[in-house]
Design a protein around this ligand. Structure first.
Ligand SMILES: Cc1cc2nc3c(=O)[nH]c(=O)nc-3n(C[C@H](O)[C@H](O)[C@H](O)COP(=O)(O)O)c2cc1C
Length: 371
């Protein structure tokens, strides 16, 4: 059930697969005997310098993969020299993550519907709590006006509430360590909701979670969110250059080109394929981040060549958490660091800042002189 929640996507998984396939359509140019070692990986996002161009994407309920959840993941990020974007739907609250870490991280906002109060009350309380807890940048996720159709996870019993069958209980019995941690820490609910609306209301809200999504949200709401938050603001889940431009005109610091890791609209364009047009349109005046299908250092390099400032990874660090807790997630980021550095050295490039489209070649196309 947990595996299905993390690993699968919406409907027939076309967009999930497209995210990966897009990277293989590009090859990397390589120059030899340059004397360059790929050693300069640091970039600045939201005014914060991170030691490699990889951030941890917001992922909900990390606590079901490892009991330390979002706190453990953010600790792993800072030990590996980067930052985490902490999900609204986390198993730990914004405050718990802030309390458990040394650096100020970023936070993600779902502008959920407040079932009991005014139009923006819950959203405002989430923003204010994140501000008080010291978060540096806000990432508003806009690609969930309704919940995606995650058939594969539903088939395996993941839902609100989870569907427990005797076979699943037997299966879970083969994982006693997970059960003991789960029973001891019980990190299966969205803790931010409990903090904002109280335990009973949160349970009720989760039961009707799908009705907390808000298809009526529009650019006026985005403007309203911009006005509530003083720091850097990112819009997450944009795939169209026109939308990116509107967001930047309304004051967004940056755009996260993303299809939610193929978990929302199946049939949406691969994130990497949406990147060039968005980077061309707003890249001069805004940061452009990308997530979706980034699994190798060479993927990071390709995204930067196409105009990304940095990328976010989702599933890779959750796998790390599931395998070995915070040490596993830290290890995943360090694998990315080694792979980016090795890729750059093999290309003959010293710094990620030198990357641009001239370093990319279309796959399967013989080169002519002068390219
Ligand atoms: C288990 C899981 C939970 C997620 N939860 C959230 C979330 O709470 N908020 C959000 O904005 N995105 C969420 N996402 C999407 C990620 O932020 C990101 O867009 C996606 O994982 C990137 O693709 P990748 O997993 O291929 O790296 C989630 C993704 C996964 C895999």
């Amino acid at each position: 059930m947990v595996w299905a929640y993390v690993d699968y996507g919406a409907d027939d998984l076309q967009t999930l697969r497209a995210n990966r396939e897009a990277f293989s359509r590009y090859m990397l140019r390589t120059r030899v005997l340059t004397g360059n070692e790929g050693s300069e990986l640091s970039v600045t996002v939201g005014g914060e310098t991170i030691s490699l161009p990889v951030l941890l994407a917001p992922t909900g309920l990390v606590g079901i993969s490892h009991w330390t959840g979002e706190v453990g993941a953010a600790q792993a990020a800072e030990r590996a020299g980067t930052l985490s974007i902490v999900s609204t739907a986390g198993s730990y609250s914004y405050e718990e993550v802030a309390h458990g870490t040394e650096k100020d991280h970023f936070f993600q906002l779902y502008p959920w519907r407040d079932l009991s109060a005014g139009r923006h009350d819950l959203t405002l309380s989430l923003i204010q709590r994140a501000q008080r807890a010291g978060y540096r940048a806000m990432f508003v996720t806009v690609d969930v006006p309704v919940h995606g159709n995650r058939e594969s996870e539903r088939k395996r019993g993941m839902g609100n509430p989870p569907v427990i069958t005797p076979a699943r209980v037997l299966n879970a019995a083969t994982r006693p360590k997970w059960w003991i941690a789960y029973l001891r820490h019980g990190r299966i609910s969205a803790r931010n909701l409990v903090e904002s609306v109280g335990a009973r209301a949160a349970v009720q809200s989760l039961r009707v979670q799908f009705s907390m999504m808000r298809p009526e949200l529009n650019w006026d709401d985005f403007k309203w969110m911009r006005d509530q938050w003083n720091g850097p603001l990112y819009i997450k889940g944009v795939l169209d250059a026109d939308d990116a431009e509107i967001a930047v005109n309304l004051g967004a610091t940056g755009v996260v080109v993303s299809n939610h890791g193929g978990r929302q609209l199946d049939g949406a364009v691969a994130a990497l394929d949406a990147l060039p047009a968005i980077a061309e349109r707003v890249g001069q005046r805004a940061e452009v981040l990308l997530d979706g299908g980034v699994r190798r250092g060479s993927d990071v390099v390709k995204a930067l060549c196409l105009g990304a400032t940095a990328v976010c990874i989702g599933r890779p660090y959750v796998y790390g958490m599931a395998a070995r807790g915070p040490a596993g997630a830290e290890h995943v980021v360090n694998i990315f660091r080694q792979e980016i550095s090795r890729t750059l050295t093999l290309m003959g490039v010293r710094s990620v800042k030198e990357l641009d489209r001239s370093w990319l070649l279309p796959a399967n196309t013989p080169l002519t002189d002068g390219r």
